[in-house]
Write a protein that binds this ligand. Structure first.
Ligand code: ATP
Ligand code: MG
Length: 563
């Protein structure tokens, strides 16, 4: 079958071997299942922002449709008005598009509330559902265990008429929340616990629904809504994560009650994405945001799509990462360094190299008398078309404090009075001659002399010295705030931590340098522009950047962080 190209998604996503879901789909196509039609859906609940785990599901759902000439719809699984909001509906759409995917249609599980209600009524009339008046605790206590059967509810055999009447009352708002539920009447001794009379409907009157308002007082549970929604839409492959594997027989059971022989959706499961040193649960992320433990859903430390975007991740880097880790049938924990390698790889040939000084001290070149001289710096040595740019040089420069030592041994290759010669990036060779200090003994200014014959790009520029340092010319330098991020959690697998996840938050996950000096070129940086700060790492221009105030986020260091 020909591959269908989707906008934005380039050849870098292509790979050679097929994953097991693709193999299933190819077999189904070969068998002519569902008339050879392929339809998938991405079904987020609009109760939070998408995270990189969702990106894994998105790449699968949209990727299958793209690669096999099918369609993929976005379906909001909006069956619980208590937690859902249009803010999330909007952000989810933005993030999917940013990742490079486009749905065919947008649907809502709430579009099917009428049909689902009718189906529930039909189940009641056929003696396959009943209204239970027990509390959640009582119902749970009767569930049994995987090895012990459950106990029938005392309301299990109430007459059909009574069930109908009560269910209608539930939906008229005449019954208090939590007082009654509608349960499927299947088998309290079933070996699969999900068959032990699962709840189909519960009452929610406290929160209006973001789309249906107060029309409904009862809302369907996941197991009753999901498969049916798939069916109503014409989904052929309902792809989800492994925790739903045990729900699959129930998914099939409900379909058995009404599906026609010529069409039937099929649920298949793949492993969730888990990444070291972070959490992948919307509930925990919501807590981090609500409790102010991070600066918002798009805090660059968050594994959300908007957080990664603000951090400086590109859609390509995320898709490549997902592609590399692949899809399996067993759970795993992926090393965050793989994700970091992916963004490094993506930015290396794209990001301009610029000079930025994080802990500045002044360098004065005593014998330099020039004014307004320009030197040239390569924009990107990885890209031959990137060219050079003119950078203002001068007698006074900002350099990194760490590039100077008043007393240095022979293993120190940078500036030290009477020590080695050092090249200023793109400029001249200098040698330190002394320094000035403040009352506390901190170095404030380094004095040096330069070799006028040593300018880079001239013949004398070929003279080699052991090290090159970065600098920013003082008169034209711009102030910048630079935010350095580290892992959000101190534990490799926060989900496995037995205590409260707040206890293992990394107190050092954000460090702000508020007085960095950057070269004038960055004055044009716009939100989202990405640079390599020489010798430091890749940085993204933060959304907080406004005219006159530059803010940069560390996306990733140049080299892999030591464990
Ligand atoms: P959470 O547990 O964080 O609330 P969820 O599974 O409830 O996540 P949904 O909005 O229901 O979130 O998920 C939409 C789709 O994304 C589902 O098909 C789900 O299987 C998939 N998904 C969610 N988390 C991950 C993950 N970590 N890795 C891969 N797929 C995921
Ligand atoms: Mg869910």
């Amino acid at each position: 079958m020909d591959k269908v190209e989707l906008n934005n998604v380039n050849a870098e996503d292509e790979k050679v071997s097929k994953n097991f879901i693709e193999q299933i789909v190819e077999k189904d196509l070969a068998d002519g299942l569902n008339g050879g039609r392929i339809q998938t859906r991405f079904p987020p609940e609009p109760n939070g922002y998408l995270h990189i785990g969702h990106a894994k599901a998105i790449c699968m759902d949209f990727g299958i449709a793209r690669n096999y000439g099918g369609t993929c719809n976005l379906r909001f699984d909006d069956t619980n008005p208590v937690k859902e909001d249009t803010e999330y509906v909007d952000s989810i759409q933005e993030d999917i598009k940013w990742l490079g995917f486009q749905w065919n249609n947008i649907y809502y599980a709430s579009d099917y509330f009428d049909k689902l209600y009718e189906l529930a009524i039909r189940f009641i009339k056929e003696g396959k559902a009943y209204v239970d008046e027990q509390s959640a605790e009582e119902i749970a206590a009767q569930k049994g265990t995987p090895t012990q059967p459950g106990t029938n509810s005392p309301f299990r055999d109430r007459p059909i008429e009574e069930n109908l009447e009560l269910f209608e009352k539930m939906n008229r708002g005449e019954i208090e929340d939590g007082r009654m539920v509608l349960r499927a009447k299947i088998d309290m001794a079933h070996s699969n616990m999900h068959f032990r009379d699962p709840i189909m409907y519960r009452i929610i009157t406290t929160h209006p629904h973001h789309r249906t308002g107060t029309k409904w007082k009862v809302y369907p549970m996941y197991d009753f809504a999901h498969g049916q929604s798939d069916y109503f839409e014409g989904v052929t492959h309902s792809l989800c994560t492994l925790e739903f594997e045990v729900h699959r027989p129930l998914y099939d059971y409900f379909l058995d009650q009404f599906a026609t022989p010529d069409y039937r959706p099929k649920q298949r499961e793949f492993n969730r994405l888990n990444i070291t040193y972070t959490v992948m649960s919307k509930r925990k992320m919501l807590a981090l945001v609500k409790e102010g433990l991070v600066r918002g859903w798009d805090d660059p430390r968050m594994p959300t799509i908007c957080g990664l975007r603000r951090r400086g991740y590109t859609p390509e880097s995320i898709r490549n990462f997902i592609n590399r880790i692949g899809y399996t049938k067993y759970e795993a924990l992926n090393d965050v360094s793989l994700l970091e390698a992916s963004i490094r790889e993506d930015l290396k040939p794209k990001a301009y190299r610029v000079c930025a000084v994080m802990d500045p001290i002044r360098l004065v070149i005593d014998n330099y008398t020039g004014d307004g001289e320009m030197v040239q710096i390569e924009n990107n040595p990885e890209d031959e078309n990137a060219g050079m740019r003119d950078v203002r040089f001068g007698r006074e420069l900002w350099i990194e404090r760490g590039d100077f030592r008043e007393e240095a041994d022979k293993n120190f290759f940078r500036l030290s009075p009477g020590g080695r010669e050092v090249r200023l990036k793109g400029g001249y060779i200098i040698q330190a001659v002394g320094c000035e200090k403040d009352a506390e003994g901190n170095v404030t200014t380094v004095h040096a002399t330069y070799d006028p014959e040593s300018k880079s790009g001239t013949e004398g520029g070929n003279r080699k010295v052991k090290s090159t340092i970065n600098w920013v010319e003082c008169q034209t330098a711009l102030d910048a705030e630079v935010r350095f991020y580290d892992r959000l959690f101190t534990e490799e697998n926060p989900a496995a931590y037995e205590g409260d996840f707040r206890e293992i938050l990394n107190p050092e996950s954000l460090k702000i340098v508020s007085d960095a000096k950057v070269e004038a070129f960055l004055g044009n940086a716009k939100k989202g522009d990405k640079f390599q700060f020489l010798k430091t790492g890749y940085f993204n221009t933060d959304d907080d950047t406004v005219p006159g105030k530059l803010v940069f986020n560390l996306t990733v260091s140049l080299k892999e962080q030591k464990k």
